[in-house]
Design a binder for this molecule. Structure first.
Ligand code: COA
Length: 409
């Protein structure tokens, strides 16, 4: 079966997480992704290693289904080879520090001249303005995109979320831009520049918090658990953020992840009152309407917890779902990696790796009926030098050996 991006060639100059997460999705959608690495390789190959002398999980889990070539972009011959590769590519993606590709000598003007159909995507920390030249990592973007100030509890410090919304969240935004540019190129024949800033991507994901910032101008936010409000949206603990109240309540036997997140929609209240052994609350005007409950959400969830604390999160999940009540047990990383339904959905997959034997990774969350994804290993450093340089670029074997000897590849 063919794949959605068959025939699309991506020159992947990404490193660490934000860029690699984007090009991994492109590879899963069927693009031929050639990762161009400095001779020392993407720094994450060696970071946070769990086994000596083999590519780290950090690298293998973000670079599946790609090919790898090494190329010294600071050498004249390296720049010449890169020029030839740009001419044969559809997409160039990079997430170096600001100005790095320009300093290599490849401005957007030059890249367009070399290949007018090229789509050139960059991920940076920030857009134009006072922060343009600043570097950024995951939590820097969470700090400056609205996530940290709104995450955590009122009486605690700002908190970073475990979901990598700054890196992988930005990667997904970049994929959307690249795919849109490919569609537009189909009409115009022209490539274009795609830029995504991590601060912007996180802000996009924090959209509802700016909704609440504006609502705050008209009075306190009644669905928030907070008693006092200042000028900005406060940290609201586990409040749902939507129009229906929710909270994480404790379950048995009381371990760190023995909680379930429960949402109380209006029709859910009667069955919940029944389940928690307080059926009279379904009719009690003090409790029966969403408006009445809104003034005492803390007490409502306390009542639910007095029941849930005696049951496992799995039993609570079954009991609530029997009444169509939205809820979600808090799943630990161990529970996730062992979850058979995620494995059945190809979301937890085992991949053979030439050095590691095999490793577990997270599969592709985008399912296309006519473009199946088979997750395959990340490449070893420079594994495809010969394929790309000799067979595809036509460099003869003598010159190939010279390039190796001279530290160009
Ligand atoms: N050959 C030769 N040199 C190469 C090369 C190659 N194939 N590939 C990269 N390099 C060089 C670059 O030219 C650059 O050198 P220069 O600064 O002398 O011009 C250097 O390697 C890379 O610099 P930089 O990207 O700034 O690396 P860093 O480790 O100092 O910073 C980040 C890392 C992530 C902070 C930075 O890349 C960044 O801010 N990126 C944009 C935001 C982002 O994606 N952050 C999230 C990462 S998960």
């Amino acid at each position: 079966m063919s794949t959605a991006l068959e025939g699309v060639r991506v020159l992947d100059m990404t490193h660490v997480q934000s860029g690699p997460s984007a090009t991994q999705i492109l590879a899963w959608l069927g693009a031929d992704v050639v990762k161009v690495e400095a001779l020392g390789g993407d720094i994450t190959r060696k970071q946070l290693r769990d086994l000596p002398d083999v590519d780290s999980l950090y690298f293998t889990m973000l670079n599946c289904n790609k090919r790898s070539v090494t190329l010294n972009m600071k050498s004249a011959e390296g720049k010449q080879i890169f020029t030839d590769m740009v001419k044969q590519s559809d997409v160039l993606v990079e997430n170096f520090g600001p100005g790095a590709v320009d300093r290599m000598g490849f401005t957007w003007d030059l890249l367009q001249e070399l290949n007018p159909g090229l789509i050139y995507a960059s991920i940076k920390g920030f857009g134009d303005g006072p922060y343009t030249h600043y570097k950024a990592y995951e939590v820097v973007a969470q700090a400056m995109g609205g996530s940290m100030s709104t995450t955590g509890f009122e009486d605690g410090p700002p908190v970073a979320t475990g979901a990598q919304i700054g890196d992988s969240g930005t990667g997904i935004h970049a994929v959307a831009g690249i795919l849109a540019a490919l569609v537009q190129r189909g009409q115009t024949g022209k490539g274009q520049r795609v830029t995504v800033a991590m601060q912007h991507a996180v802000l996009n994901l924090c959209r509802v918090k700016l909704r609440d910032q504006q609502r705050l101008g008209h009075g306190p936010l009644p669905e928030y658990p907070n008693k006092e409000f200042g000028d900005s949206v406060p940290r609201s603990g586990n409040a749902s953020g939507g129009g229906q109240p929710g909270w994480a309540v404790k379950c048995a036997p009381g371990g760190p992840d023995d909680y379930i997140y429960v949402i109380v929609q209006p029709p859910g209240w009667a069955p919940i009152s029944e389940l928690i052994g307080r059926p009279e609350l379904a009719e009690d005007p003090e409790w029966s309407t969403p408006e009445a409950r809104l003034t005492k959400l803390d007490k409502m969830f306390q009542l639910i917890e007095e029941w849930s604390v005696h049951h496992s999160k799995w039993d609570v999940l079954a009991a609530l779902n029997a009444h169509n009540i939205p809820c979600g047990p808090i799943l630990s990383t161990q529970e996730l990696i062992e979850d058979s339904s995620l494995a059945d959905n190809d979301m937890i997959v085992e991949v053979d790796h030439p050095q590691r034997g095999s490793f577990t990774t997270v599969g592709c969350p985008i399912k296309l009926s006519d473009s199946p994804v088979k997750v395959e290993t990340s490449p070893l450093l420079g594994q495809h030098n010969e394929d790309v340089y000799v067979r595809e670029l036509g460099i003869n074997r003598e010159r190939f050996a010279e390039l190796q000897k001279n530290g160009v590849i």
